[in-house]
Design a protein around this ligand. Sequence first.
Ligand SMILES: NC(=O)CC[C@H](N)C(=O)O
Length: 401
Amino acid sequence: MTEQAGNQVLTANPWRDSDLDGATGAIVLADGTIIPGEGAGASGIATGELCFNTAMTGHQEILADPSYAGQIVCFTFPHIGNVGANAHDEEAASGRARKAAVGMVSRAPITPPANWRAEQSFAEWLAARGVVAVTGVDTRALTARIRELGMPIAAIAHDPGGKLDAEALRKAALEAPSMEGAELARHVLTDADSDWTEADWAWPDGPGIGPADGPLVVVLDYGVKANILRRLAGAGARVKLVPGTASVEDVLSLSPAGIVVSNGPGDPAATGEYALATIRGVIDAGVPTLGICLGHQMLALAIGAKTQKMTHGHHGANHPVKNLLSGQVEIVSMNHGFAVDRDSLPDNAEETHVSLFDGTNCGFRLTDKPVMSVQHHPEASPGPQDSFAVFDQFVGRLAGH
Ligand SMILES: NC(=O)CC[C@H](N)C(=O)O
């Protein structure tokens, strides 16, 4: 059901307010659109930026990724829950980072688990984690709408009693803050230094154990995903997690061989001078540094470049990225709604990766300092492992290989 307006395809709104009568779940967009469905997971109302994610697996890892704090995720894959939930697929590396996605939307009702790794049903996990979910939604139509509007602010609600109030939900959506200008990392970053020892998960033994010696990598935490830490340990590093609010003096006093600037939620441009001062300090001190996602954006800001909000962002596990250094195309995991403006990169920054979906910047390195940075998620979790080598290269150089 589409109509042509100029060169834009607009989806006619297939939903009516009266459809809300008796519904146990609903999503309401800030433009007033009301989408009824069946409530699942936690009951209550949550608000946030609504994005769509195209991954076919790894839905627990996605919703547990602290970078999704303040967001509602509409899965384009229809069947959610087949894998259930398990402790190893938690991606929050610290207790405070358990705040992640606030809502989830799916096509089919959440299925019972049918996987040997499942320890809990996905529906129970959503409820325990406080994620408000709505199923039975035409997620193709909703995704088309998200593409037209850009990622809209929305309210998502679940009332098992079927008494949802359309006006209250409209008001909640209208009053919710924009993602642009939102400083969210502060709410999820760890509040204390800690050592991380878990390495890559492998069948049949589960997670490995990192080395007792090896170069020390200090991770500046803005809501880091656990698999970044597992990958660093798996590549041979000793790993220490420190709050992203740490001063450059505190970080350098640990004598790190390398620094990782982590992923995280919110608008990088709002993430504060506290972070930029520390990142600039470690770059100036010549410590080899790797940035990932929010960390990539923060590194760009620290060297004087700019970031900008994208229209519907990149969220999925099948995105092609060209590595300009090797000439190879890597299929990667993506989760970002802001991007580095390549034209604002200073002369000492060389672009190393580019998205083959829309040509946006996906990586750079500095020509005069040991700094490399990627926009995508080389740790996958979920997604293909084409970019795992980023960690082996980074840690390998620190170890002098
Ligand atoms: N995964 C991330 O680190 C996300 C970075 C940033 N919050 C963005 O949406 O662009």
